[in-house]
Design a protein around this ligand. Structure first.
Ligand code: IVH
Length: 686
């Protein structure tokens, strides 16, 4: 690292510059979802700021991005009175109720023309209010009873997408004197599942759903715990505002975004009438499971703010908005029986077989019960009437038992002491909640390992489904994954329901799978804690399976994102001679894992790495977003305004004021032809 400035004034200037730069990159990353720099570059900025603040502690400001690690634990939350009450929304459960809402709105306003509405996803999280005075976050509170909430400022400050200071990006307006922003704090479904896996490993009760996880994390007396939780926010409205005014809800949301607040712009629509509102509500409901976070409805709002003001509110909800609720993703059903499944790592997982029930449009027949502790905690018994829920693509879960429906015939469950598949006595490792079958030859483990090996993210052998694998294992034709590669057609033809053509297709698919990437191959091995993402990181770092097999714990732990748990698991995998023998057999069978491009190749693949571009005017051969895509694909970055850091300004027809600025700063100017040459020639478009 460069030297720390010797003089306080210089250090102060640099710290301020770094903070502004980090804020800008947070805005690009969290708000626009369009980062301009790599994570590594971002980390360098943060480390530099930390070093300066360490050398000059008097320079630390409360809004410094280094201050997000979480303050000391509190005794209790203070109370915060909301200047403008935080109301709730009335619900509409079908199209008729949306139409009735539209009619009420028009009657109240006395208009016959269609009313313009906005529609946006209703995020299933926890409502918070952020108060900014002169652009500084001063208080964050929960909704509470709508009038008085809890002061959760220290917790909310740890959420990286919440700006501690507002800026005026783009030509947005000046930051207002007072801005009360309302939004929903939530947790992505994948992050929630990871958090629950971690909790189960640690013997802690898992959260019932992402909303509870988010709410529990915000309402935490120890902000350092909150800081570790992957929380996020979408802002959706305002309370009191002094020093800015808007004409429509949409205009206001865009302005919030340009001040650095995260809003859900990609999924917001302005609809000219109620019919289009209904269409878009339906579209959102159809796409519900594709969202990485949970949405439980769509919020419809009158777009014009003067209309909103005239409509005003009723006791607990505004007249200008309504929530269109999606079909529930919780239903009531009965547990027919509880079965124990054995996974790839030997973990025994109890699974509830349910009376089939439709939950949020999908028929659910099974739900995971996690482990014995969970079953005890929720007191789940065979025969119980229960509430099941499905969240996004999450495996359905039993939320709770309806004990009032008990007849006395329900059967309590206890974990078997022997593996239900091979009969070996099960084991519980110290500190773990999970019970495992220790038998390395357990057919259930083998079956699961084989299923994993052929799965899409791994070797991707199409057509090798569960039923075929079961038969191959039962008949002893496949004892480990390398046996797939010596299967003969006669063997396949001897299985149930396999004809000549599908046997040949299978052999072709097995053959095709030999050409694969190193990361898929690593993932296919099924090393504990090595998922697709970690496999990708390992393949980049090691470039060959041999290098990975020989890695030391120190080397593994020096790789970003690889912690001691993963490192230990990799080491112990390759210490087991059975595993190394398996890897050898797979390579001998002809698998050729292709390493990812190394740094040298990358330089030739990414000729624009480190170069910053700005675009102005209209290009003839491609749209602006195509141009952006191509620059990024070659390693360059695209900024929205010209600065001394800009390397090139690409000028199309009728350029704007950026051209003048670039000339003043001596930035190199490219016309469309020279830009195309730089991109590597002829190609227009793609
Ligand atoms: S607007 C006057 N927009 O739903 C209330 N609310 O039952 C205006 N919510 O407490 C709320 N996503 O926590 C609005 N895009 C969205 C929302 C949203 C989630 C929550 C919010 C509110 C509850 C209303």
């Amino acid at each position: 690292m460069e030297d720390i400035p010797k003089d306080l004034r210089e250090a102060k200037r640099e710290a301020e510059r770094l903070r502004a730069e980090i804020r800008y990159h947070n805005y690009r990353y969290y708000v626009l979802d369009d980062p301009e720099i790599s994570d590594a570059e971002y980390d360098r900025l943060m480390r530099r700021l930390q070093a300066i603040e360490e050398a000059y502690p008097s320079l630390v400001t409360p809004d410094s991005p280094t201050q997000r690690v979480g303050a000391e634990p509190m005794e209790a939350f203070a109370q915060v009175r909301h200047r403008v009450p935080m109301l709730s929304l009335e619900n509409a459960v079908d199209h008729e109720e949306l139409k009735a809402f539209d009619e009420r709105v028009r009657r109240f306003l006395g208009v016959t023309d269609p009313i313009e509405y906005t529609v946006e996803p209703k995020i299933d999280g926890l409502a918070v209010e952020l108060v900014y005075e002169h652009g500084k976050l001063v208080v964050a509170s929960t909704r509470g009873d709508g009038y008085v909430g809890e002061d959760v400022t220290q917790n909310v400050k740890t959420i990286l997408s919440v700006p501690l200071t507002l800026d005026s990006y783009k030509e947005a307006r000046a930051i207002p004197e007072l801005l009360e922003v309302r939004g929903e704090v939530y947790m992505d479904i994948a992050a929630f599942e990871e958090l629950n896996r971690q909790r189960i490993r640690q013997g802690l009760p898992p959260f019932a759903n992402p909303r509870n996880a988010a709410a529990g994390s915000v309402r935490q007396l120890d902000p350092r715990v909150t800081a570790k939780r992957p929380l996020n926010i979408f802002c959706y409205g305002v309370g009191e505002v002094r020093g800015a005014s808007f004409e429509t809800h949409m205009e206001m949301m865009i302005c919030l975004q340009e001040w650095g607040l995260r809003v859900n712009r990609p999924h917001m629509r302005v609809c000219p009438d109620i019919d289009q509102v209904i269409d878009y509500c339906e579209a959102l409901e159809d796409k519900r499971s594709e969202f990485p976070y949970e949405i439980d409805g769509a919020v419809v709002k009158v777009n014009r703010l003067d209309f909103q003001a005239r409509l005003g509110e009723k006791a607990r909800s505004p007249r200008w908005a309504i929530a269109y609720k999606f079909k529930p993703s919780q239903e009531t059903t009965r547990i027919l029986k509880i079965e124990v499944q054995v996974g790839r790592t030997g973990a025994l997982t109890p699974v509830a077989h349910l009376e089939p029930v439709e939950v949020g449009g999908v028929v659910v027949k099974r739900a995971t019960l996690h482990n014995e502790d969970e079953i005890k905690r929720k007191d789940i018994r065979e025969g119980d009437t229960v509430i099941v829920q499905r969240a996004g693509d999450v495996i359905p879960e039993v939320v709770k038992v309806i004990t009032s429906k008990r007849t006395g015939k329900e059967k309590p469950f206890s974990m078997p002491s022997n593996c239900p598949v091979c009969g070996a006595s099960v084991e519980k490792r110290p500190g773990e909640v999970v019970v495992r079958c220790p038998n390395p030859k357990c057919p259930a483990k083998l079956r699961e390992a084989l299923k994993h090996f052929v799965s899409k993210g791994a070797m991707n052998i199409e057509g090798l489904g569960e039923k075929i694998i079961d038969q191959l294992v039962e008949r002893g034709m496949v004892k480990d994954p390398s046996d797939f590669y010596s299967l003969r057609k006669e063997q396949l033809l001897s299985l149930d329901k396999i004809a000549e053509k599908s046997a040949q297709n299978l052999l072709d698919a097995i053959e095709r799978s030999k050409r694969t990437t190193l990361s898929k191959f690593i993932y296919a091995l099924g090393i504990r804690h090595v998922g697709e993402h970690v496999a990708e990181i390992l393949s980049r770092h090691f470039q060959s399976i041999d290098a990975l097999a020989q890695a030391s714990k120190e080397e593994l732990e020096s790789i970003p994102e690889i912690g001691p748990e993963i490192a230990d698991s990799i080491i112990s995998f390759f210490q087991d001679p059975q595993n190394t023998a398996l890897v050898d057999r797979l390579l001998e069978a002809g698998i050729r894992p292709e390493p990812p491009p190394g740094p040298a190749q990358e330089a030739s693949l990414l000729p624009l790495k480190g170069k910053s571009f700005v675009l102005t005017g209209t290009l003839k051969g491609m749209t602006r977003s195509q141009a952006k895509e191509r620059i990024k694909a070659l390693g360059g970055s695209v900024a929205s305004s010209v600065s001394s850091k800009t390397d090139y300004l690409v000028v199309g027809e009728s350029p704007g004021s950026k051209l003048q600025k670039a000339k003043e700063l001596g930035v190199e100017i490219l016309d469309e032809d020279s830009f195309l040459k730089m991109l590597g020639g002829e190609g227009h478009g793609k």
